[in-house]
Design a protein around this ligand. Structure first.
Ligand code: SF4
Length: 225
């Protein structure tokens, strides 16, 4: 096991010991997880839950129903998630892509090799790497590491990545260092979100943080992407 692998696993154990297993992703069924991953951009999960509840109550939680929905109605229902017109368009783009090749069969769409799925998701207008990887890891249950601002910030402050590293480099570091286990990768990302929310904010609160015993430097740093 390399030094980076050992360090990452020790960091994971420290976070898990503090926060417990996070049991992500919230969402009832694979389509809801996909919808949640698209709606959660730039908002908090409580708002996404309200938007998802509206879609469910409106009878829209199927690929064909979302596809058939009037854009105005869709935008109104997802309004709690913010940026609702943009997000309605992204959701429509994603749904059109699924419907085109798999109809209502979201399982069939997701049950493909990671590289194929990722390439297709990234080809959908409005779906970036973090959303694509969230769908693959949390809806499809397949190994791809999700990187977000929390992850990047912790990794930079602990000297494991540099400001020149982009999304793909950080993702590659995890994927080449961790055992290929979707359960582990699922909870690892969730632990970074927990540490980011409670301690590793733009102004860090290292005192009492579960990662405090690991080498870190919160001095001069560039912010994450
Ligand atoms: S708050 Fe401090 S100790 Fe905790 S993860 Fe951030 S830099 Fe590390």
């Amino acid at each position: 096991m390399s030094l980076t692998s050992r360090t990452l696993m020790e960091m994971y154990e420290a976070m898990r010991e503090r926060f417990g297993h996070q049991g992500w992703w919230p969402g009832d069924g694979k389509l809801e997880v996909c919808v949640g991953a698209i709606l959660t951009q730039n908002t908090n999960w409580r708002n996404v839950e309200r938007a998802i509840a509206n879609l469910r109550d409106g009878g829209l939680m199927s690929v064909s129903a979302l596809h058939a929905a009037e854009p105005e109605r869709l935008a109104k229902l997802i309004c709690p998630a913010g940026y609702f017109r943009v997000k309605a368009k992204r959701l429509k783009n994603f749904i059109a892509h699924v419907l085109d090749s798999f109809g209502d069969d979201i399982d069939g769409f997701l049950d493909r090799p990671v590289s194929t799925l990722r390439e297709e998701l990234l080809s959908v207008s409005g779906i970036g790497p973090e959303t694509a990887d969230s769908i693959i890891l949390y809806a499809a249950g397949k190994c791809t590491f999700v990187v977000d601002t929390y992850t990047c910030r912790v990794m930079m402050r602990h000297g494991l990545v540099g400001p020149e590293d982009g999304y793909e480099q950080v993702k590659e570091l995890f994927e080449s260092s961790l055992p290929e286990d979707p359960e582990l990768w699922n909870d690892f990302h969730a632990q970074f979100v927990a540490v980011g929310k409670h301690y590793c904010r733009p102004k860090p609160k290292c005192d009492g943080c579960p990662l405090e015993p690991f080498d870190h430097d919160t001095g001069d740093e560039e912010d994450c992407w």
